[in-house]
Design a protein around this ligand. Sequence first.
Ligand code: ADP
Ligand code: MG
Length: 657
Amino acid sequence: MNKFSILKDHFGYTSFRPGQEEVIDAVLGGRDTLAVMPTGAGKSLCYQIPALLLPGMTIVLSPLISLMKDQVNALCEAGCRAAFLNSSLSRDEYDSTMEQIFRSELKLLYIAPERLQKTEMSQIANSGEVPLVVIDEAHCVSQWGHDFRPGYLQITDFISRLDSRPVTAAFTATATPKVRGDIERLLGLRSPFSIITGFDRPNLYFEVQKPKDKKAALLECLDKWKDSSGIIYCATRKAVEEMYEFLLRRNFLAVRYHAGLEDDERRKNQDDFLFDRKTLMVATNAFGMGIDKSNVSFVIHYNMPKNIESYYQEAGRAGRDGAPADCILLYNGQDVRINQFLITHSEDGEGADSALQEHNLELLKQMTFYAAGSGCLRQRLLSYFGEHGPAFCGHCSNCLTEFEETDISLEARKIISCVYRLKQRNRSFGKTMIIDILRGSKNEKIKRFGLDTLSTWGIMADNDIHRIRTILDYLIDKGCLGQEGDEYPVVTLGAYEDILREERQLFMKLPKERITPKQYRTEPFQTEQFRAEQSGTSTGPLSAEMNPPAAAESPPWPKSKGSPPAIPASGRKAPASREAPFDETLFAKLRDLRKNLAAREGFPAYIVFSDASLRDMCRKQPVSLVQFSGINGVGSVKLEKYGEAFTELIRDYAAKR
Ligand code: ADP
Ligand code: MG
C-alpha cells in the first residue's frame, strides 16, 4: 500500500490536487505541518491517507460535533476504519467505539477539542500508538481568526500527555499571517512544513449585485438554480427568520439555522439540508464550518459579511466538488453600517481590546472595497490572501460587465500568420517584436531584418497594442502558439492549423471595445511596460545574420493542405467546434438514484457520490463495471457497492433513447 494505491482504492481518484502530495509526504516523513488550503481543496485526504499508512490510530480534532458523523460515514464508505467520540453517541455506541479503540481496530478517531479534558482521553492515549494528531479548522485556536474556540487551547496539553510526541498537523482554509503565527505557536508546532496552496477556486463564479430590491434579486438567483442546493447567509437571526418565512410563503424547500434555535431543530435542519431533503439553507454565519456537503451550487450573501476571510470561507462552501457554482453578494450601503455597529458593540470589540476592534474595522473596510469597487472580484479576493491573480479572470460579474465575449478568429489568424511567415524565413521572435511587426512598426530592428517586407507587416495597425497582446497571450495559453526559451522566450507555432483553415472559431472575453481610430504611433512606443519588454526581444536561434530574407514568400498555409490563408477574413464562416451538451436528464436520474441509495444507508447523498462524480458519469456513460471504475470518485468499495445500480440505470437510459 502506498499513497497512490490508497488514493485510487479508497477514494477513487487518480491524481492528487495541488499541495496534497507535499503535505502527505511531509506528514509521513515525520514532520509537523501547517497547511493553508482553500475550502474544497481536499485537506481531508492530506491527513486521511497518512493515517491509513501509519501504524496506530490518528486522532483528528474537529470543531463541529454535528459533522463528525458525516465525515466518519464518508470514510467508512471508502473502506476506512474510522469512528468518532462525542456527546451525540448513545451509551452502547460509545462503549462499542471504546472497545474498538482498545482492540486497536481504528485508524482514525475524530473528537471535539472540548473533549480533551475528559478522563477517557488518558485511557485512549495509553491504549496504543498515536502517530499523528490532526487539528482541522486550526484557525479556531486564534483570537484573531473569526471562529475562536477556547477548547483548541487544550490541544498542546493533550499532546504532551501522550507517550511519545506524535506528528502534529494543522489545517485551515483561511489564515492571515497573524493567524498562521498563532496556529504555529498555540499548537506548539515544531519547525513545521508550511504550505499555502493557491486560493483560487476557478469553478466559482463571483458576483456582486447592488439591487434596489434585494428580495427580487434573490428570487431571480434562485430561479436560475431550481432544484439545486444553496445557502443564503443573512447577517442576523432576525434576518434569517424573515427570509425563511419569505421563502416558505413562496413554496421553496427551505430550512433555517442560527444560534437562537434549539439544538434539536438546528441538527434536524442541517440534516435536511445535507441529505437533500431541503434545498435551501437560510442561515447566519453560525452555519457551515466544517460542512463538507460537496453539491452546494450557490451561496448567496443577503448581507455583506464582516470581512473577506469570512466571506471567502462561506462563499467557498459552494462547488466543493469542482462543479460550476455561484457566489453572489447582494450589497447595499446599510450592510456597512450594520457591521460597524456589530463590531463596535460586540464583546470582542469593547473596552480594553480596542486594538481588536480597530483591526476588525479595517477588515470591514476591505470587505467594503470588494463589494463596492470595480475591477476583477477574484483578483481582489486573491490579493487579500497575498496572491496575485491576473487583472481579468473573466469569471466574475465585474469582469463580465467590463468585458465581453468577442470573436477573435480573424485577429488570431493574423497573429498566427505572422509567426508562420517568420518561420518561413527561419526566424523567431519574442512577443513584443511580433506585435511590432503586426502593428507596422518601422523600428531599427525591423528595418535591419527586412521584416517590413513581410505580408503580415502592419496588418493590425488599427488594433490596440494591449488587445493584440492579450490575444497573443491567449493563443499561447490555448496552445495555438507556443513559446520556447527561458530567458528570452520566442513565439513558436502550436496547434494552429484549424484556425488558419477557418475551421474553428475562437472566442474570448475582452474589454468592451474602445474603438481606436487609425493612430499608429511611430517609435518609440509609449508605455514603460512596452519599452521594458522590447529589450527582452530575441531573434532566436536562427537569426537574420545567418538567414537572409527569402525573396518571395510562400503562403502561410502549406500548399499541400489546400486551403489558402484568409488574411483578412474572407467572411466565410466554418462551424465552430463545440463540446457535447451536458445530459441534464441523465444527471437528474443519477441524482435520484443517489438520493435513494443514500437514504437507505442513512447518509447524506453526497457521501455516496459527489456531483462531480455524477457529472463524470454523464460524460462517460459507463455501462460496465470496468468502465465504472474509471469514474472520478469510484474506489474499490464504492465500485462493488454501487457499480451495478448506476451502470444498470445508464444501460437502461441508453437503451430507451
Ligand atoms: P477541504 O477540507 O479542503 O475543504 P475536502 O477534504 O472536504 O476539502 O474535499 C473537498 C472535495 O474534494 C471532496 O468531495 C473530496 O472527495 C474531493 N477531493 C479531494 N481530493 C481529491 C482529488 N485528489 N481528486 C479529486 N477529488 C478530490
Ligand atoms: Mg475540511
